[in-house]
Ligand binder design. Structure first.
Ligand code: UD1
Length: 340
């Protein structure tokens, strides 16, 4: 069965392609390569032994999207990752984010609502802002977005919900990711941040590899166990597997209604210092870090209540923080071609 993965050369997309192939799906990737390299295709086929079909395409070009589907009329489901994702950049270039993230979604939904089919949307725990209660359930209120990026995730979910409500043939699931980290255990694919990483784990591994001098820990005066912020770090392979399970749920006709939302996390919060300790444990290195001021816009804590995904999807994150940090470090060493 043929599944389209948009943004399939990206971090979460590439790991999901591998898990789909492992389950016997035929995968077609669309990526515009704005934040990913075609080399990722080689990593994917080295792991799975299969070459996905790949088309370099910008989803904002509606006529090309139409042409693509005319050439692939047998696509039964879409997993839509392709989106711009840098929070800071979205503050500087809001129109780029609204255009990129919303146009692509609308063109894909126009197509799939005409033919019917399964649709999985990449959403984020950012929709909850600083939730009032931990762990965060799917019923927690969506808070006003702190950035255009966050707003495109909220609006994307609304566009999907409204389209589903008038299109019975469209079956969709929004997956709200907590903090995806790590890499494939083979170290054939992983995260490839462009420039200075904004996220914690790639910054840690690059510091370990000597590319960055030291990690700045943004604040240690939060009301948490050690004063640093708490997040729910989930291994990207666990996250990828959840997409396959969600797709199978729709394709096997198991869905309740035609639109559902699930949190994807481990259910366990870790502080920034705990993530650093984990890195030190798995790498056997001491990490250079310094406590600095809080980063504006950071929330104190966010970790998932995963009961709904566990019960309804029958999915559970299996890897530990150490497993994820070990894979992130193995990947960093691989791309630097060094053993530290
Ligand atoms: C960020 C995005 C979020 C996105 C998620 C994807 C913001 C405000 N939010 O979440 O929308 O869905 O990435 O993974 O950017 N930290 C440091 N030093 C660093 C980098 C981070 O101490 O150099 C700390 C942060 O203060 C935070 C934690 O590490 O407490 C995680 O940060 P990060 O990886 O950027 O993720 P989020 O901010 O949770």
């Amino acid at each position: 069965m043929k599944i389209l993965v948009t943004g399939g050369l990206g971090f979460i997309g590439s790991h999901t392609v591998v898990e789909l192939q492992n389950k016997g799906f035929e995968v077609v990737i669309i990526d515009d390569c704005s934040n990913a390299s075609e080399d990722v295709l080689e990593g994917i086929s080295r792991i799975s032994g299969q070459n996905p079909i790949f088309e370099k395409l910008d989803l904002r070009e509606g006529h090309k999207v139409q042409d693509f589907f005319e050439r692939h009329p047998d696509i039964k489901g879409i997993i839509h990752f392709a989106a711009s994702k840098a929070v800071g950049e979205s503050m500087e270039k809001p129109l780029l984010y609204y255009e990129n993230n919303l146009h692509s979604l609308i063109y894909l939904l126009k197509r799939i609502s005409a033919t019917g089919g399964a649709f999985i949307f990449s959403s984020s725990c950012t929709v909850y802002g600083q939730a009032d209660q931990m762990p965060i359930t799917e019923d927690a209120p969506v808070k006003p977005a702190e950035s255009p990026y966050g707003n495109t995730k909220q609006m994307g979910e609304e566009i999907l919900r409204d389209t589903c409500s008038v299109t019975p043939g469209l079956k969709a699931i929004s997956l709200r990711y907590f903090n995806p980290i790590g890499a494939h255990p083979s170290a054939e694919i992983g995260e490839l941040p462009i420039g200075v990483p904004q996220n914690l784990v790639p910054f840690i591994t690059q510091t370990g590899a000597g590319i960055r001098k030291e990690l700045s820990v943004f604040g240690n005066d939060y009301p948490t166990s050690d004063g640093t912020c708490v997040r729910d770090y989930i291994h990207v392979v666990d996250l990828a597997k959840a997409h396959v399970v969600a797709m199978e749920r729709i394709l096997n006709g198991k869905q309740e209604g035609n639109y559902e939302i699930f949190n994807l996390g481990t259910g366990k919060g870790s502080t920034v210092l705990e993530v650093i300790e984990s890195f030190q444990r798995v790498s056997g290195m001491n990490l250079n870090y310094r406590i600095v001021d809080r980063r504006p816009g950071d929330i104190t804590e966010a970790y998932a209540d995963t009961t709904k995904a566990n019960r309804i999807l029958g999915w559970k994150a299996e890897s530990t923080l150490d497993d994820a940090m070990r894979s992130a470090w193995d990947w960093e060493k691989k791309i630097r071609e060094k053993d530290f």
